[in-house]
Design a protein around this ligand. Structure first.
Ligand SMILES: Nc1nc2c(ncn2[C@@H]2O[C@H](COP(=O)(O)OP(=O)(O)O)[C@@H](O)[C@H]2O)c(=O)[nH]1
Ligand SMILES: [Mg+2]
Length: 277
């Protein structure tokens, strides 16, 4: 099943980002540390043009720290690209980002000429959270749901930095089936825009292979379920997700599993690793 989600407001947001980009000095591109490949929007490099970019691996508190370190080494940096892993809710960590922004413009008089950065990324990756942490106020609307920010908003940090919050955008066609599943599993795609049970099956298969200890601990299992259906049924029975006649309601069981992954209740799990370091 191919997962696609490109509603009209994203098309509009893309046009607005393009328009506002002409006033920007640099781009802060937020990726999801659990899926650095799937969360990289191919439209961003065209939108940013020649401006420097800081690629931020956000939600690193939910990703496997060893794999995040491998990503940092793998992606590296170049004269126009910097890379940093953060947790958007932590002020000391996000402050490093501002220092990195300044690193691209040494000697600039920011009082006279503030640094202007556009924060871009896929839906729900933490753009508004990052801006709120840095500003110390709940200026930008945050919710654990994609497509909460519908319009651009400029936030003055008061130290010569201006940040533009932007609506999350995906792209018209997600070519690779696995990328679509990863985006849905991590919460970048609206839950009603895909078949929930299929994504939970994808999640179950991944977790059985790569996070079996976490599954055994979380659901107090004595033996590992044999396949994804067995895992969903086991989780459903353990959590009382029962339908008429006592059969497991797989939709409810799917919600439990995806919620436990997304919230970090299953531990720090990365879905993508670099091929080579
Ligand atoms: N664990 C964790 N959650 C985060 C982080 N950044 C954002 N979130 C959560 O992710 C959800 C989406 O955040 P939001 O800032 O609205 O994302 P946006 O759509 O990119 O603006 C919210 O529930 C945030 O609390 C992070 O670094 N770690
Ligand atoms: Mg937002």
């Amino acid at each position: 099943m191919m997962i696609q989600w490109y509603p009209g407001h994203m098309r509009k947001a893309r046009r607005e980002i393009k328009k506002a980009m002409s006033d920007m000095d640099l781009v802060i591109e937020i990726l999801d540390a659990r899926i650095p490949l799937s969360s990289e929007n191919p439209l961003v490099s065209a939108l940013r043009g020649p401006r420097p970019v800081i690629k931020v691996l956000n939600k690193s508190d939910l990703a496997d720290p060893r794999i995040t370190q491998r990503w940092l080494r793998h992606l590296g940096g170049s004269p126009m690209t910097d890379i940093l892993a953060v947790n958007a809710k932590s002020l000391p960590i996000t402050r490093k980002l501002i220092a990195r922004c300044r690193g691209f413009f040494p000697g600039r008089n920011e009082k006279a000429l503030p640094l202007r950065a556009m924060v871009v990324g896929i839906p729900n990756c933490g753009k508004s959270t990052l801006i709120n942490t840095l500003s110390g106020k709940a200026i930008a609307k945050v919710r654990d749901e994609p497509a909460v920010t519908r319009h651009q908003q400029q936030i003055k940090l008061g130290n010569g930095i201006l940040l533009n919050d932007s609506p999350g955008i995906l792209w018209p066609q997600i070519e690779n089936e696995r990328n679509g599943y990863c985006l849905a599993m991590t919460g970048a795609i609206k839950n009603t825009a895909f078949d929930f049970e299929s994504v939970a099956r994808f999640a179950a298969t991944f977790l059985l292979t790569h996070a079996s200890d976490a599954l055994m601990a979380r659901y107090r299992l004595k033996t590992l379920p044999v396949d994804e259906t067995d895992l969903l049924e086991t989780v459903g029975r353990k959590r009382g997700c029962l339908g008429p006649g006592g059969a497991v309601d797989l939709r409810q069981a799917s919600e439990v599993l995806l919620h436990d992954f997304r919230s970090g209740a299953l531990g720090r799990i990365s879905l993508e690793k670099p091929d080579v370091d």
